[in-house]
Design a protein around this ligand. Structure first.
Ligand code: 10D
Ligand code: SF4
Length: 321
């Protein structure tokens, strides 16, 4: 089948600074302290990343009771509640926190405003670990809304001091609509100066908005558990372009490409470029002759590592990318 002629690559795509840092924390912890290194929850929501780190000696757990005394434990990039933090301390683990600094920023804001007497409306997806971590910064006074219908139902204890916080990886457009509904119902609500939606989520969604109208099909590389990757696929579909999300090149179905001359390719913030390269090779085998990168924002942001892992004495471990 020779239908596919060109592959267009979204820019930016793939790893964000928070994911890069989180993976490096696990790799360095293994290099410095030796396997096993325990990781609470998938370090990031990507099958390839998790399996690669597992092969190097990471042990992924959900419940801290599974971690032996004296072990080294890493918190995933999505962050943890105060209760999990306290339990880890009480069990005496040596902890490295791979929570993305942009998630921590939301935690800090919640703690600060709570001290001033604020209650919170959190916009996010129920059951997502980031939402559990952010809501778990407080033991009361933080109310989850997932959509506009929830806004009509939410019952804060008071409305004079009310603030909005969000999950960092939401659909920018959905979050704006839900925030507008919150504002309409609670006109005095305090909103973050800048959206809690992070730069990487914003940039990857903007890139899909640029790419989608130029292609006949969008492929998103990302795992089913990845919120931000799902939002990219959903966005392309909303813009009227058929879109599929794949965890690896093996999931590509040849029939998706029938009659599609131009294929757009992007990747969620937790999906490594190596998988994008494999997808490109597979689509090339379906006939694509050229690959072109679209113009987009260049991301230069980098987050520092936690103190105990800044190693001068060992060479940096080989990094997943
Ligand atoms: O599901 P998600 O989009 O929140 O997480 P993922 O691990 O796929 O990507 C990195 C984003 C994080 C850690 C939340 F900020
Ligand atoms: Fe941090 Fe944004 Fe990446 Fe999440 S998606 S890890 S908030 S930079």
């Amino acid at each position: 089948m020779q239908d596919v002629q060109e592959i267009l690559l979204a820019e930016p795509r793939g790893f964000c600074a928070g994911v890069d840092r989180a993976i490096e924390i696990v790799e360095r912890a293994i290099a410095k302290f030796g396997a096993p290194i325990y990781v609470r929850h998938e370090i990031v929501h990507n099958t390839y990343v998790v399996e690669t780190l597992r092969a190097k000696g990471a042990v992924f757990i959900e419940d801290l009771a599974e971690v032996p005394p004296g072990a080294t434990l890493v918190f995933s990039a999505h962050g943890v509640s105060k209760a999990v933090e306290a339990e880890a301390q009480q069990r005496g683990f040596s902890v490295f926190d791979a929570t993305c600094p942009l998630v921590t920023k939301v935690h800090v804001e919640v703690a600060k405003l709570a001290k001033e007497g604020y209650e919170f409306i959190m916009i996010g997806h129920k059951g997502h670990p980031e939402v559990e971590g952010t809501m778990g910064q407080l033991d009361h006074g933080i109310h989850l809304v997932e959509d506009v219908a929830d806004v009509a139902r939410v019952q804060p204890g008071q409305t004079q001091k009310l603030a909005v916080v969000t999950q960092t990886t939401l659909s920018v457009d959905d979050a704006a609509e839900i925030a507008a509904a919150v504002r309409a119902r609670f006109p005095a609500v305090r909103e973050p100066k800048q959206q809690d939606i992070c730069y990487a989520t914003q940039n990857r969604q903007d890139a899909v908005k640029v790419m989608s109208p130029q292609v006949d099909l969008v492929i998103v590389v990302g795992s089913p558990t990845s919120s931000n990757s799902n939002r990219l696929r959903e966005l392309a579909q909303r813009l009227g372009t058929p879109a599929h999300m794949v965890d690896s090149a093996a999931e590509l179905q040849p029939e998706w490409f029938e009659g599609k001359a131009r294929v757009g390719l992007t990747a969620g913030a937790s999906a490594p470029e190596v998988l994008v390269r494999e997808v490109i090779e597979r689509i090339k085998a379906l006939g694509a002759v050229s690959v072109r990168s679209l113009q987009g924002i260049e991301e230069t942001i980098k987050f520092p590592l936690p103190k105990g892992l800044k190693l001068d004495d060992i060479p940096p471990p080989q990094h997943i990318s």
